[in-house]
Design a protein around this ligand. Structure first.
Ligand code: SF4
Length: 266
């Protein structure tokens, strides 16, 4: 949720993605808080995803999880496949020099905004810092699209800005625990050039947001995407925006992007 704490607007990667995809959709969703029609299948997937995140967090904290696994065959199967695919993450060697924390929360102020990130797991030692993220939907997205997603860009940017690690020492790995066959991962390295690029794009987007918010306060709505945009075909606000009405199927099965299947809302 967008909130106004200590006069800074709090923004997550999901909100940046939405703002970039369609400013009007951002307005409807976060400023007007208009609800999307609920999709029971989508909600069920989200619940299962949230339970997997919780389980991983409890395991990381050293709490017992066997009773949860015994009660849920799906979670048990994901966890055992993941433990086989990534034993060094699930059962790491004991090492006092390595920092590990699940649901690691950081904030960074940029302009009048407080950017917030939550890493599913952060593993850091005196050499490098790795951000890990669990995804529980079946098909990993295209790597180029994932690289451009604000989750990838913002998560590494914030860590570089709020720690001693040089960009080159930071990486981000997505684990897709439910991929057909066995869990798969997509890893992104980082460097100073990407860091500068993200900084530029972030400031541009936030400059736009500042302008749009000022105009909105004077009664002018946020801009829409161009009429022919595919984004409208998958948008629940098509009628409100007087764009082609999305069919039931396209609303029910929207573009698979990270935000539409965000397991843990920030
Ligand atoms: S219908 Fe199109 S213009 Fe309107 S909010 Fe959705 S994506 Fe944006």
């Amino acid at each position: 949720m967008l909130s106004n704490s200590t006069n800074l607007l709090r923004l997550s990667q999901g909100q940046l993605n939405l703002l970039e995809r369609c400013p009007r959709q951002f307005q409807h969703t976060y400023l007007q808080q208009l609800n999307s029609p609920s999709d029971p299948e989508h909600e069920e997937r989200q619940t299962l995803g949230s339970r997997f995140h919780l389980l991983m967090q409890q395991r990381e904290m050293g709490l017992p999880i066997d009773s949860f696994l015994q009660a849920d065959a799906q979670l048990q199967s994901w966890m055992s496949a993941f433990a086989n695919a990534a034993p060094d993450i699930v059962t790491p060697a004991t090492d006092n020099q390595t920092f590990r924390e699940s649901e690691h929360y950081r904030t960074l102020q940029v302009q009048d905004y407080l950017l917030t990130v939550i890493y599913d797991l952060l593993i850091a030692d005196n050499q490098q810092a790795q951000i890990l993220d669990w995804k529980t939907y079946p098909k990993p997205p295209d790597k180029r699209k994932l690289a451009q997603n604000w989750q990838t860009r913002l998560y590494m940017y914030v860590l570089a800005e709020t720690s001693e690690y040089l960009p080159e020492k930071i990486s981000m790995t997505y684990w897709f625990v439910q991929s057909e066959g066995r869990p798969q991962n997509i890893k992104f390295a980082y460097n100073n050039r990407q860091h500068q690029q993200t900084e530029k794009e972030l400031n541009q987007l936030l400059n736009h947001l500042t302008t749009w918010l000022k105009l909105y306060q004077k009664g002018q709505p946020f801009p829409q995407v161009v009429e022919s945009s595919k984004a409208c075909n998958y948008c629940q606000f098509a009628t409100r925006c007087q764009r082609t009405q999305a069919t039931e199927d396209t609303i029910k099965y929207p573009l698979q992007n990270l935000d539409s299947v965000q397991e843990v809302s920030i």
